[in-house]
Design a protein around this ligand. Structure first.
Ligand code: B1M
Length: 210
């Protein structure tokens, strides 16, 4: 088993300490941070996701795997980020109301910071009002909404509506993403951009702010 497979296995077992140690070792060995993220961490989380779907593991196991994932990505963060880049714009980022999934949102945050953007992280379970108020308060050019549940993705429409109501719709772009989101959904709610992954989200955000 190579180091990334081992990392993926420990992540599935929720062994945060071992995941962190292997991330540190992989960085030390010169493995590209993106490869560590994709083949070591995300691959483990995707296996857990499948098992969760098939009732082979349950919420506690998923939760400790998620903690191990966050521990690993935290260590990777400075390596994914471009050091010393001057802030080129501001984005507010959050997971929509009713939704507590934050791993994808944290990756988006990390990649945006890596592009030198100032990121206001609103956390999870964020109401449309909060997205819009914080965008106004921080003069943000982009609002990034993440959702993982089909029951919560509808909240994104409310973010668009709230931005219109508060008169900032022409000043701020709204980007949406997360596993259940599609381009079609994005278009149907009047959001501006849909991206499939955190790296693409940061590319688009950078263009918006340029
Ligand atoms: Co939840 N969960 N979960 N869960 N969970 C899913 C999403 C689910 C698909 C599992 C399944 O059934 N197969 C399912 C949703 C089904 C549906 O809606 N159709 C589900 C469910 C049902 C639930 C609960 C309702 C379970 C319950 O309690 N009965 C509950 C809901 C709680 C709530 O939110 N109110 C729940 C709870 C949890 C945990 C707390 C245990 C835990 C979350 C821990 C945490 O986040 N801190 C959890 C987890 C971990 C998952 C799975 C296994 C993994 C999600 C994840 O982090 N993936 C997930 C199954 C799966 O996705 N395979 C599942 C890794 C992450 C990097 O991917 O967030 O998609 P993702 O981000 C990607 C892209 O989507 C994109 O970038 C990332 C890649 O670079 N992206 C963006 C994300 N946001 C973006 C924003 C952008 C652009 C791109 O622009 C703004």
């Amino acid at each position: 088993m190579n180091i990334l497979e081992e990392m993926s296995t420990f992540l599935q077992q929720g062994r945060a300490k071992q995941v962190k140690e292997l991330v540190a070792q992989a960085i030390e060995e010169g493995i590209a941070p993106q490869e560590i993220l994709e083949k070591g961490l995300l691959s483990g989380m995707s296996i857990i996701g499948e098992k969760f779907k098939n009732n082979e593991v349950f919420v506690p196991e998923v939760l400790i795997a998620a903690r191990a994932m966050n521990a690993g990505t935290e260590l990777l963060k400075p390596h994914l980020a471009t050091a010393g880049v001057k802030s080129s714009g501001t984005a507010v980022v959050g997971t929509v109301k009713g939704d507590l999934h934050d791993i994808g949102k944290n990756l988006v945050k990390m990649m945006l910071e890596g592009k030198g953007l100032t990121v206001i992280d609103l956390g999870v379970d964020v109401s449309p009002e909060t997205f819009v108020e914080k965008a106004i308060e921080n003069n943000a050019q982009v609002i990034c909404c993440s959702a993982l549940l089909t029951t919560t993705m509808v909240e994104m429409k409310n973010v668009v509506a709230k931005a219109e109501e508060k008169g900032i719709r022409d000043k701020v772009k709204i980007m949406v993403g997360g596993a259940p989101i599609t381009q079609e959904f994005c278009d149907s709610i009047g959001a501006d951009y849909y991206t499939t992954d955190a790296a693409s989200a940061s590319d688009v955000a950078l263009k918006i702010c340029a």
